[in-house]
Design a binder for this molecule. Structure first.
Ligand code: CIR
Length: 256
């Protein structure tokens, strides 16, 4: 069970952030409205929110997930792989330290984005991506090992359609992984129940289990039906504006 989440309100320069997709510029009024609804959904799922003010120094800083790994046994501050996002960690540090008095961290030359880290009970999958390098993965694996978690890596650097590991997979509890069809045969998922997401709905593979619900992006009926068929209750949220900046549901919060 999660009890809390940290979120950061998007800044008015949100559209100056990084993106690899050509879906047009996000409309700021809708960005704020979608974020407001996202926060409301987390509260409906039982979480108490720590809502940080917009930080105009970092246009991507509403994607708080990338800056820390928060577990039941400890916290790791990351070192984001994109130069423009490096400072986001210092901006979040004091907030994380309110809840985790002693934090671990990733140091140079390691880089690591939280979007590459998938927690599945006591095991973590660490994506090697264009943001998370081998040294960052090695440091995180050592930290997690010290906390009593096991981990393994998955290399997604060859995949052009996803930014982070969790753009393509989500662990939703009950030994179940939602996974993009393209990655479903990876041996990392042996032993899990898989809900496969076809190419036409691949954006929706980034979903988030929050207590009794699975938050999913709105507009992906096949995944919603597959979740229902497996007994998961979903809650759909409009993510159109965050998608324009390569963002998914998980990246907008740190849940713990
Ligand atoms: C970036 O490129 O860093 C942001 N525009 C999007 C980050 C999305 N984060 C995530 O999926 N965890």
């Amino acid at each position: 069970m999660f009890t809390r989440a940290i979120v950061r309100i998007p800044g008015s320069n949100f559209d100056a952030g990084l993106t690899t997709v050509a879906l047009g510029r996000p409309r700021f009024d809708q960005v704020l409205e979608q974020h407001r609804r996202y926060c409301e959904a987390l509260v409906e799922c039982g979480l108490t929110l720590t809502k940080l003010e917009a930080d105009l120094r970092y246009p991507d800083s509403t994607f708080v997930e990338d800056t820390a790994i928060l577990t039941a046994r400890g916290a790791v501050l990351t070192r984001p792989g994109a130069k423009s996002r490096e400072g986001e960690v210092d901006a979040l540090r004091a907030t994380v330290e309110r809840f985790y008095p002693s934090t671990l961290s990733i140091g140079a030359p390691g880089t690591l984005d939280g979007g590459d880290i998938c927690e599945a009970e006591d095991r973590f999958l660490i994506g090697l991506s264009h943001r998370t390098n081998e040294e960052g993965a090695r440091q995180l694996a050592a930290h997690l090992g010290g906390l009593g978690y096991s981990s393994s890596t998955i290399d997604v650097r060859g995949m052009t359609t996803i930014l982070h590991l969790k753009s393509g997979i989500s662990y939703i509890g009950e030994n179940t992984v939602v996974v993009m069809e393209e990655m479903a045969e990876n041996e990392a998922f042996a032993g899990y129940e898989l809900i496969r997401v076809g190419e036409e709905e691949s954006y929706a593979a980034n979903c988030v289990r929050v207590n009794d619900r699975v938050l999913v992006a709105a507009g992906f009926p096949k995944l919603t039906a597959a979740l229902r068929a497996r007994g998961f209750e979903s809650l759909a949220l409009d993510m159109s504006e965050f998608r324009r900046m390569d963002g998914g549901l998980s990246c907008l919060s740190l849940r713990f």
